[in-house]
Design a protein around this ligand. Structure first.
Ligand code: V47
Ligand code: SF4
Length: 365
């Protein structure tokens, strides 16, 4: 171990909170094995050897978006050849397929559609609840929630209350990107500010809904801006306790306006492990296998990660930007991946209730 990590090891072993300088030192080190060991220890204290996954399905109802974030290859403008908007029937058909595949969650996010009214989303939630009451709907990033407030003229709490009453179960963590304004203005000048993202999440938590949090890395951000991002997430979590998991998202450059290569394995592992060590008030650190690939997702289980997300089935956002991983993983594949890492696979629902824990002799159906 290099000497500069010794004080951090002491803090982790004593269960003390890391400072921003500690997080910076961790991002800067190449002593990945020490960082991994510390992150694995911090994770073990909270989650033991359990690793969670979920049987879910992603649905992106539209890629039309009034914003044009520079890192986004998914969104399209009106009239562009690849622009699409699903009908309600198409959305419901996907939900039906999800139910047939034993899914417990629908993950629904999309672009900021120029014309669809707020009522469309309320109707979608009500129809899903009526037809598929056992499916938890995790939907809408904080960016979409803000957009609903803009198009309706309603205050945030009213928007959130209506969505909740219509069947919204929780929120995913997208749209956070990097909060620091100098970076955010460069990569997504039209998107809501970091302050507003946090304000929306605070209102969501106050309404009794849980959410996730993400951080997009590997573009033009600096280590300092990453630490600032983590600090602000940790502060909000101290106040609300409403975040369930943190998911660092690896930037994919293909078809985007940001000229950068793909992230490297070392960056990916550090993003996850530093998340685990610094965000001591987040119980779950998720490695989205679609973003980092299934092989690195498996290795990350020894770098502080306790969740590899799910079966997913259809993923458009990262695949539009060059993701090489498939779009779907079976339960058997997820279970094997976790087991071979020496961990205990646990199928969870969205709120981390245990659906099924696989003991040594169980074979996945
Ligand atoms: O907000 C967009 C990101 C997010 C690119 O909460 C990109 O459990 C990489 O938030 N390269 C949407 N990332 C996805 C997301 C998510 C995914 C899985 C699980 C959860 C969860 C949340 O994808 C966007 C943006 O930050 N994104 N373009 C790109 N080129
Ligand atoms: Fe629109 Fe979201 Fe893509 Fe930005 S990241 S352009 S808000 S779909």
């Amino acid at each position: 171990m290099r000497a500069d990590l010794k004080p951090i090891r002491d803090k982790v072993e004593a269960g003390e909170r890391l400072s921003e300088d500690d997080a910076l030192a961790l991002y800067g080190t190449r002593d990945i094995l020490t960082v991994g060991e510390l992150a694995a220890e911090a994770n073990r204290r909270v989650n033991g050897d359990r690793v969670f996954f979920i049987v879910n399905r992603h649905i992106n109802p539209t890629n039309l978006c009034v914003n044009r974030c520079k890192f986004c290859a998914f969104s399209k403008g009106k009239g562009e050849p690849l622009a699409y908007t699903m009908t309600m029937e198409e959305i419901l058909r996907r939900a039906e397929e999800a139910q047939a595949q034993r899914a417990t969650e629908l993950h629904i996010v999309g672009g900021l559609h120029p014309d669809l009214p707020f009522d469309f989303y309320l109707l979608m939630l009500r129809s899903l609840r009526e037809r598929f009451p056992s499916l938890h709907v995790q939907a809408f990033t904080a960016v979409e929630i803000d957009y609903f407030a803009k198009i309706t003229g309603l205050p945030l709490p009213a928007v959130i209350a209506q969505l909740k009453a219509a069947g919204l179960g929780s929120l995913p963590g997208g749209g956070a990107e990097i909060f620091a304004p100098e970076i955010r203005n460069e990569i997504c000048p039209e998107k809501i500010s970091g302050d507003r993202w946090l304000e929306v999440m605070e209102a969501v938590h106050a309404a009794g809904l849980r959410s996730n949090a993400t951080m997009l890395y590997g573009h033009v951000e600096t280590p300092e801006s990453r630490v600032d991002h983590l600090r602000r997430l940790r502060e909000l979590q101290d106040r609300t306790g409403g975040f369930q998991s943190f998911i660092p998202l690896a930037f994919h450059p293909k078809n985007t306006e940001i000229a950068k290569g793909y992230t490297t394995g070392l960056e990916d592992l550090l993003a996850l492990a530093v998340g685990r060590l610094y965000l001591d008030n987040f119980r779950h650190i998720k490695s989205f296998w679609i973003m980092v690939g299934p092989k690195l997702a498996q290795i990350s289980l020894h770098f502080g990660v306790d969740d590899i997300d799910g079966t997913v089935v259809e993923e458009k956002i990262t695949h539009a930007a060059g993701a090489q991983a498939g779009q779907e993983m079976s339960v058997a594949e997820l279970v094997t991946m976790i087991r071979q890492a020496g961990k205990i696979p646990v199928e969870r629902d969205t709120l981390y209730n245990v659906v099924r824990e696989w003991s040594a002799g169980d074979t996945p159906a």
